[in-house]
Design a protein around this ligand. Structure first.
Ligand SMILES: Nc1ncnc2c1ncn2[C@@H]1O[C@H](COP(=O)(O)OP(=O)(O)OP(=O)(O)O)[C@@H](O)[C@H]1O
Ligand SMILES: Cc1ncc(CO)c(N)n1
Length: 510
């Protein structure tokens, strides 16, 4: 049967938002090349990645220690299982270890005829180790009739043409034209193996025309799997854009970002992997705790300001006048009543039952603390005190976030009250332990050692991190702003007793 060559034109493209992309390739257990790289690259571009294994390699960033080829009948079973159930928008073919494997893939392609087929004619790993049986390239050439785009590096291009390896970019283009014309196939000639400041690539059409893509060479030894990753990216993008030129342009731009940030990964001591998910990780902190670490660093000025306040210094020293303490307690009781409702709002927005319960428990605790303030403290330090301006502003801010903010924003807004209070408590309590004699605020300072409260604070911080991880970049910015406002109000809250009481006594206003 004569099989018509697949069209390499861009006419009547099929565009898919999340293309279903199958990689037919070998496994690289170190995760930088083969199907592991393909899955990351396809996913990084918004594709749904699938993988049929042609071979298992034992390899790492230093080299390939072994290759195992499963029975070829099982390769065919994998291919048939996928195709019987799932429409394939694109197929990327990588390592095919011998002629038998190539023929099995060819038989499957002849029947399946996927809409986009990108063939990376893998022969040698970045480390220089051979990944294909010698002489199998004849069978590989047979696959070109089912291929839309073939992506050889310079040594592979030379083997496919039975020629010496190109020594210059002009020679590489010339060889690309020969391959494209001989097999009626679109060729991506890759200049990564040439010396020089640039890493040029070019799409070469069977009619000899070509389109170049230039990019600076990035100074990194971590280039393991660039070819696998690029071909998977192009396959995915072609299914999305319907345009080869645009697909290669976008893929190369992405690859540059993955190479520039490759050294961040610290994987292995040889040629390490590229950073496939660099764009995703730039927007979402990868490690749990990163966001809260940033919040903590952001509020360093507020933390310092709190410990410089007369209220805190005098409370620690036991010299705080009772009128200031009474004002603070009265405002705290007023604050807690509304703060409890804001925690209840966090509970009602919580995405899990555990978090719902955590905030509901927090809301209940606040009411209990408010009641005990009245019962145990305000009876000793009686003060008729209306809501002060700082209390009002702080609560207005919390209620505004509770009213119109997302869960993450509400969590960020309520967090300083846990976190800064716990920090003040930690420092004051340890000062108190070294205090000699009877401290006038001893009972109050002892309450700071509450284990439950520090556990609740840790949980609230962890919840904020999870919410930040799930949120978009703009939402994280809003969380950061909500947290910063509350952190500043915490400072103002501790500063208020001296400001307000003294102002009141002076002017009898407010
Ligand atoms: N240091 C680098 N800086 C920028 N781009 C690079 C660099 N090294 C390779 N590239 C690009 O990576 C892509 C793959 O090129 P290369 O010729 O290295 O393929 P390959 O040998 O098949 O890759 P591998 O065997 O590592 O998977 C090309 O787009 C090439 O231009
Ligand atoms: C499995 C596998 N496929 C392809 C390459 C080429 O980088 C590799 N090193 N390993």
């Amino acid at each position: 049967m004569l099989t018509p060559a697949p069209s390499t034109s861009d006419r009547a493209p099929q565009r898919v938002k999340h293309p279903r992309v199958l990689s037919i390739a070998g496994s690289d257990p170190s995760g930088g090349a083969g199907i592991q790289a393909d899955i990351k690259s396809i996913s990084a571009h918004g594709g749904y990645a699938m993988a049929v294994l042609t071979a298992l390699t034992a390899q790492n960033t230093q080299g390939v220690q072994g290759v195992h080829i499963p029975p070829v009948a099982f390769l065919s079973s994998q291919l048939d299982a996928v195709a019987a159930d799932i429409s394939l928008d694109a197929v990327k073919i990588g390592m095919l270890a011998d002629a038998q494997v190539m023929r099995a893939v060819g038989d499957w392609l002849a029947v399946t005829r996927p809409a986009v087929v990108v063939l990376d004619p893998v022969m040698v790993a970045t480390s220089g180790d051979l990944l294909v049986a010698e002489g199998a390239h004849e069978a590989l050439l047979e696959l070109l009739k089912f291929t839309h785009l073939v992506t050889p590096n310079l040594p592979e291009l030379a083997v496919l043409l039975n020629q010496a390896e190109a020594g210059s970019w002009a020679e590489a283009l010339e060889q690309g034209q020969q391959l494209a014309a001989a097999h009626e196939v679109l060729v991506l000639v890759k200049g990564g193996h040439l010396p020089g400041e640039e890493c040029p690539d070019a799409l070469v059409w069977p009619d000899g025309t070509h389109q170049e893509f230039r990019a600076p060479r990035i100074a990194t030894k971590n280039t393991h799997g660039t070819g696998c990753s690029l071909s998977s990216a192009v396959a995915t993008l072609r299914a999305q854009t319907g345009d080869w030129v645009e697909s290669v342009r976008l893929a190369k731009e992405w690859l540059s970002g993955a190479l520039v940030t490759a050294d961040d990964l610290g994987v292995g001591s040889g040629a390490g992997p590229i950073n496939h998910l660099h764009a995703l990780w730039a927007n979402a902190p990868a490690a749990a705790g990163t966001f809260s670490d940033e919040l903590w660093a952001d509020c360093a000025p507020q933390r310092q300001a709190i410990f410089e306040l007369d209220f805190i210094k005098e409370l620690a020293a036991g010299t705080l006048e009772s009128k200031h303490f009474a004002y603070y307690l009265a405002q705290d009781a007023l604050y807690l009543g509304t703060y409890s409702r804001v925690l209840a709002r966090a509970s009602s927005l919580a995405p899990t039952e555990e978090e719902q319960k955590f905030w509901a428990q927090g809301a209940q605790n606040c009411i209990e603390v408010e009641m005990s303030l009245h019962r145990d403290w305000l009876s000793q330090f009686p003060l008729e005190s209306p809501m002060g301006p700082v209390t009002k502003h702080y609560l207005d801010h919390l209620q505004a976030v509770a009213c119109s903010g997302s869960y993450g924003e509400v969590v960020a807004a309520v967090l300083p009250c846990y976190w800064l209070y716990a920090e003040v408590g930690r420092v004051l309590h340890s000062d108190y332990l070294s205090y000699s004699g009877k401290h006038p605020y001893g009972a109050w300072l002892e309450s700071y050692a509450d284990e439950d409260f520090s556990r609740a604070t840790e949980r609230a911080v962890a919840i904020a991190d999870t919410a930040a991880r799930h949120g978009s970049a703009p939402e994280r910015e809003r969380m950061r702003a909500a947290f910063a406002h509350s952190a500043q109000y915490e400072v103002d809250f501790f500063a208020a007793p001296h400001r307000r009481v003294d102002a009141d006594l002076g002017a009898r206003r407010d």
